[in-house]
Ligand binder design. Structure first.
Ligand SMILES: Cc1ncc(COP(=O)(O)O)c(C=O)c1O
Length: 433
């Protein structure tokens, strides 16, 4: 690569021009200047190949049935959160089609008016039972679930104590409250944060069960202990752990064998469960509070009934120990160990999200583009999504990818990484377990 990329990734270009973190500067621009700046940023990024996003997926089906042998034209999607390949599961598809034929493709209304079908209520009961909570409420995305919950529950008199790497929907949901951040997965830093939070009566500690970029797990046992000792409630976002972690995919708390659960659990229905939507589970009073006050729930159209039905089917399959859970974990172990043995750093990942840590942004972009040209889709993640000098390739594993394809991908990663000087070791033959 002869281009200097450095800080010219699309995201850093966007931040430079828009100064999104400094609202005063952005506020000084006229509407026309803002719109023109956006057009210029997108144009520069596209012309220079810095825009690695919104790539059309038609040719990147996870189950590419025509090409099972990992030939050079092999198309492999390692950038999807469809961890269990449930978007292609024949039994789930069948239920979805049946419900579309019966009830149509949309719900037609917000849940409080005519947008609640029997299947929505069944889904809420199933989600509560599956996650082990009293009650649950379904939203039309994981984002609106987190955002709505937090904007309803927290006021300017309360405090949120947040891991620095929680999802954007959580940060946005804390817009009306006081925030104290602690260093990522660092319980000593949490202790300090909670001391600072002592002046507030209501304290809520918020973490992700599995972090969406590095795939690492929150130290929930220790966090629960700190919460209890300091009279703080705890919320965990299980978006990347439901369906993946613990017994039958019941999430991080199940994986860590936590008996006394955290107070509130939330998640997305758009990842391992293969649909769209989000949920909050917790005590029934909390769910009542959201029904009464939560604006992103009250004023937004409910998920289509067919989507509620497919999620119900996904939960049934998980309860009965669907084979895709063990297929997924077999793929995770094989891929992660192979990456490590070729000399790549996969951080502290212990989930379906496997990062390849590459601090050099130019080489990271080079590797992502080389892989893309060979039919392999991975995500390139840069600052400010991750801290500076901690850029990474985010690989999300799926049960639907055959081992031969993984071997093909590993061989390409190995040879391209060597060309770019990212690893030095002699090539090793990748063999499926
Ligand atoms: C940790 C986490 N929470 C919440 C969300 C939002 O979920 P959804 O995509 O369903 O809005 C995401 C999605 O990227 C996520 O990674």
């Amino acid at each position: 690569m002869n281009k200097v990329i450095g800080d010219k990734t699309f995201i850093s270009l966007r931040d430079k021009y828009f100064n999104l973190r400094n609202k005063n500067v952005y506020g000084e621009l006229s509407f026309r200047e803002r719109i023109n700046a956006a057009r210029d940023v997108k144009q520069i990024a596209m012309q220079n190949d810095y825009f690695l996003y919104r790539r059309e997926q038609d040719s990147f089906s996870i189950s590419d049935v025509n090409n099972k042998n990992g030939s050079p034209s092999c198309k492999v999607n390692l950038a999807s959160n469809d961890y269990l390949d449930f978007t292609h599961h024949p039994q789930i598809i069948k239920v979805g089609v049946q419900y579309i034929e019966k009830l149509g493709v949309g719900s037609g209304s917000v849940p409080m008016l005519s947008g609640t079908y029997k299947i929505h209520n069944e889904l809420e009961a199933n989600l509560a039972a599956f996650t082990g909570y009293d009650s649950s409420l379904v939203f039309n995305s994981g984002y609106t679930a987190n955002y709505g919950l937090l904007t309803s529950l927290l006021t300017f008199k309360d405090v949120a104590i947040l891991d620095t790497r929680v999802h954007a929907s959580i940060i946005d949901g804390c817009v009306n409250t006081n925030c104290i951040y602690f260093s990522h997965n660092d319980c000593h830093s949490l202790q300090i944060a909670i001391q600072k939070a002592k002046v507030y009566r209501n304290k809520l500690i918020i973490v992700d069960g599995v972090y969406s970029m590095g795939g690492e797990i929150a130290p929930l046992c220790e966090i629960i202990e700190i919460g209890k000792n300091n009279n703080a409630m705890i919320m965990v976002d299980e978006s990347h752990s439901i369906g993946v972690m613990g017994e039958n995919g019941k999430g991080t708390q199940s994986y860590l064998k936590i008996i006394e659960k955290v107070d509130i659990s939330t998640g997305s229905l758009g990842k391992a469960l293969g649909g769209i939507g989000g949920y909050v589970t917790g005590p029934s009073g909390l769910i009542n509070l959201l029904e009464l006050t939560c604006r992103s729930y009250i004023y937004s159209t409910s998920i289509p009934p067919a989507n509620a039905a497919t999620i119900n089917k996904a939960l049934d399959l998980l309860e009965s120990g669907d084979e895709n859970i063990s297929k997924l974990w077999s793929n995770i172990h094989f891929f992660k160990e192979s990456l490590k043995s070729m000399g790549h750093n996969t951080g502290n990942s212990n989930s379906a999200i496997i990062p390849i840590l590459i601090s050099d942004d130019e080489k990271l972009m080079g590797l992502t583009q080389k892989l893309y040209k060979k039919g392999i889709l991975v995500n390139a993640i840069f600052y400010p999504v991750v801290p500076k000098r901690q850029s990474l390739i985010r690989i999300s594993m799926s049960a639907g990818i055959e081992k031969t394809k993984l071997e093909y991908v590993l061989n390409q990663i190995e040879s391209d990484s060597k060309t770019l000087g990212l690893i030095k070791s002699a090539p090793k033959k990748m063999k499926a377990l």
